[in-house]
Design a protein around this ligand. Sequence first.
Ligand SMILES: Cc1cc2nc3c(=O)[nH]c(=O)nc-3n(C[C@H](O)[C@H](O)[C@H](O)COP(=O)(O)O)c2cc1C
Length: 187
Amino acid sequence: MSQPLVILGIAGSLRRQSLNLGLLQAAQELAPASVRIEIATLHDIPPYNADDDGKSHAGVDAFKQRILAADAVLFATPEYNHSIPGVLKNAIDHASRPSGANIWAGKPAAVMGASPGQFGTARSQYELRKVLAAVGMLVMSAPEVLVTLAQGKFDDQGKLTDEKTRAHVGKAVQALADWTLRLRAGA
Ligand SMILES: Cc1cc2nc3c(=O)[nH]c(=O)nc-3n(C[C@H](O)[C@H](O)[C@H](O)COP(=O)(O)O)c2cc1C
């Protein structure tokens, strides 16, 4: 049997009970057997400082290694003040540097997000897509995963329980796998 496709899920929230971490955990459960989803959180990434470019930092180095080892990246972003959380932008900046060593470039990606509000992170996902384009990621355009009114769709343990949303997340994971294989084949 061929090796599973490795998708690195990156949660843009540091919160223990994060809805977006829960969304990635659902993606992990719903992935087909040919796909393995690993999850990275951003707790060990310090504020980016260009003075430290080229210096080693355990948390940043480990994060970069996980990106390099992945076939694709699946972002789950909250919406903070109509944009992406600073911790997520900070982590993207880290892995785009030093100059000439941007490890995001050419990597397939997809974006999803959950919010208690009515827009389901639509505004932050567009902000994120802009940043991912800047670092040269190849971002899947559809299906979009915008989980609106999310608090009613997760249980107290942070598990995504809404069946319709779970089915949609499963489809999005399959679509990201297909997108990754298509890019690999140059199609
Ligand atoms: C600083 C801050 C700004 C926020 N701004 C928005 C917003 O613009 N739109 C929105 O839908 N939710 C907003 N929220 C609510 C978040 O969507 C909510 O806290 C969500 O649970 C965060 O994602 P998480 O559960 O993965 O941590 C904001 C929350 C914080 C803390």
